[in-house]
Design a binder for this molecule. Structure first.
Ligand code: ATP
Ligand code: MG
Length: 375
């Protein structure tokens, strides 16, 4: 199949910050960009050529995007399969509906990973307070209980300590869920992999990620991990991408348990917060890589040329009318600022990030944290 060359048009389902940054990368390469998002004022709007305002399950909206595009991709996985299939009537959709169906439901995703022999921690499918009690006895007591649909940044999930199953179950709205054994974590990492229809694959080295209140706080790339763990993590991500016949990007979030097990936490078939540092660290950022992968162009080099780190900027920084001191942060050498142009800062909402390079992952992290502290 012939590559999709500029000035073709790329349609992105989702107009959040990941869509915005994909659009910027696409524009640098000379592509035109259309975006579909329920919010007419979404983060990608100022950098897109056109915006279709529609919900993620709006089949007509997906058709409208696809009709004006040469290929359609996603920046969020909660797109209704029917919308993906509608887009597919006009142009290739990468990644495709089959992959999305597996990934967008936590229960199906876990089952798929387990069925294909990929390592996941002990878990159970839950459909009632009683099933939660049983799971807590067998694989707990402490569990992370996550609704099968609709969660991100720690939403729609709770940590269950084994005591009051009924109120825990009710607090999640009584929706189907998975209960995961609470893993004693040595560290959290993620691996980004890109694959194109021809089968060519590019695997980035692992990023090391630190979460606070279940939201990513900072990330380093390449993360400082044992070379054997890094190799195993890359092999694992590559194998999952191949098994899924991925077209596009896949972020594989992993746990390294204190007992040495490397476990898959979850899959995200799109750009990922933990690879923002690829903009500074790597010859090919995750966003350019996504464009290359979905346009069936040769993939770019994923190997970092220097370490970088990012700190997320959450809405909390703006609360009470505060104005973060960006000038002070940017005075720290090697620092860059990324703001997503979102209106309406709320506690916990991702508004932007700071990034910095350094001589090592630790040095880059120290620098970017110093800059963030000046905000
Ligand atoms: P995100 O959108 O940031 O990826 P999410 O809402 O999809 O978050 P998860 O990735 O499942 O949620 O979990 C968020 C964080 O909660 C993890 O990165 C980890 O820090 C912690 N966590 C989740 N599940 C477990 C577990 N089974 N054991 C230990 N920690 C966990
Ligand atoms: Mg996660």
């Amino acid at each position: 199949m012939a590559p999709i060359l500029p000035p073709a048009s790329i349609g992105i389902l989702g107009g959040g910050q990941l869509g915005r940054m994909t659009a910027l990368a696409a524009r640098s390469l000379g592509y035109r960009v259309g975006v579909l998002d329920p919010d007419a004022d979404c983060a990608a709007r100022p950098v897109a050529d056109r915006v279709v305002v529609a919900r993620f399950d709006d089949v007509e909206g997906a058709r409208a995007l696809a009709r004006e595009s040469d290929v359609v991709t996603i920046e969020i996985e909660q797109i209704a399969p029917a919308a993906l299939e509608a887009a597919l009537e006009y142009v290739p959709v990468r990644p495709g509906a089959d992959l999305l169906r597996v990934v967008q439901h936590r229960g199906r995703q876990k089952q798929w990973l387990a069925d294909h022999g990929f390592p996941v921690g002990p878990y159970a499918h839950l459909d009632s307070a009683e099933s939660l009690t049983v799971a807590s006895r067998t694989i707990g007591p402490a569990l992370f209980v996550k609704a099968c649909e609709g969660g991100y940044d720690g939403r729609s999930q709770i940590r269950f300590d084994g005591s009051d199953a009924r109120s825990a179950w009710t607090s999640l709205g009584g929706r189907p869920a998975v209960g995961e054994q609470a893993i004693d974590l040595a560290l959290e990492l993620s691996v980004m992999v890109a694959r194109r229809a021809s089968g060519e694959i590019a695997v980035y080295p692992p990023a090391v990620n630190h979460h606070e209140h279940q939201i990513l706080a900072w990330s380093t790339l390449p993360g400082d991990v044992d070379p054997r763990v890094a190799r195993d993590a890359r092999d694992l991500a590559r194998a999952i991408a191949e098994q899924l016949e991925l077209e596009g990007l896949l972020a594989v979030e992993m746990f390294l348990a204190r007992d040495g097990r490397l476990l898959v936490n979850e899959l995200a078939p799109r750009p990922h917060n933990s690879y923002h540092a690829s903009e500074l660290a790597c010859p090919t950022s995750q966003f350019e890589q996504l464009v290359r992968a979905v346009c069936d162009l040769p993939l770019g080099a994923p190997e970092p040329t220097r370490p970088a780190a990012i700190v997320n900027l959450l809405g909390d920084l703006w609360l009470g009318g505060r104005k973060p001191d960006f000038a002070a942060a940017l005075a720290v050498p090697g620092t860059r600022l990324f703001l997503y142009g979102k209106h309406g800062a709320r506690a916990g909402r991702k508004m932007g990030h700071l990034a910095a390079v350094g001589d090592s992952a630790a040095d880059a992290l120290t620098r970017v944290q110093r800059a963030a502290a000046l905000l």
